[in-house]
Write a protein that binds this ligand. Sequence first.
Ligand code: APR
Length: 254
Amino acid sequence: MCFFVAKDLSATIAGMQISEELRRRFAEAQRVLVLTGAGISAESGVPTFRGGGNTAVWKGMRFDVISSAEMVERDLPAVWEWFDYRRDFMDSILPNPAHYEIARWQEQFSTLTLATQNIDGLHQKAGSRNVIELHGNIWRARCTACRSSYDMSQGPRPDGCLECGDRLRPDVVLFGEMLPPGAFEFAVERAAECDLCFVIGTSALVYPAAGLPEIAKRAGAYVCEVNPELTPLSDLCDEVLMGKAGEVLPLIGR
Ligand code: APR
């Protein structure tokens, strides 16, 4: 494993060395897996949950309290208030160079699989297609009973499910909940067959998502982490680029 750490951020662009090994693997790769977390949206102004960005708290409640399955049962209107606030905040948020770079990569490889833990929709806004949304999407609501889904990017959600009349909830994975059926399983398949894996802007503390790079590594892929801080995954990685995604990613394919 090799580290590339710059003394100060301004040197990152200038001082950041992308290894010949990574350049070669990037040029030759066929099947690439990209796993992203909140850090990739930090330069767009979206608070991260942990790590180098500022941490989210709502009305004195920690994010893992207000964003929990238990809170949906106890006080769904409060959960909606939190997610409506976040969605309104996201309305003016734009993708950053890291999102656009990954969207560009999808034209470069025979298979690019993008799995994100983010619910902000910024990858799609930057032009990424077929994004595996491991934790759902803040722009959708779904029925608590029949799971009918409602897109809120075009307008407000209905008061209740139009199919069965039951209550609607945010279509995101809350603490204490399973991932959307099929999403993780599909990402595991791609991780097990990729030859290059990028882990970008995640603290790698939340499973099962953080297990994907481990699967890729076991399958023989070259694993590269991009994060201004070390994570529990850093030791497993073949290369760790310690910098901001928006500054580092554009360097990789150049
Ligand atoms: N570029 C790259 N990485 C960054 C940047 C940046 N500009 N800024 C911060 N980071 C890194 C931090 O160092 C940290 O390691 O991003 C990571 C953000 O970690 P978390 O806040 O824990 O976010 P994430 O890993 O996505 O959390 C996983 O936990 O809270 C739940 O459901 C939520 O999807 C989320 C999951």
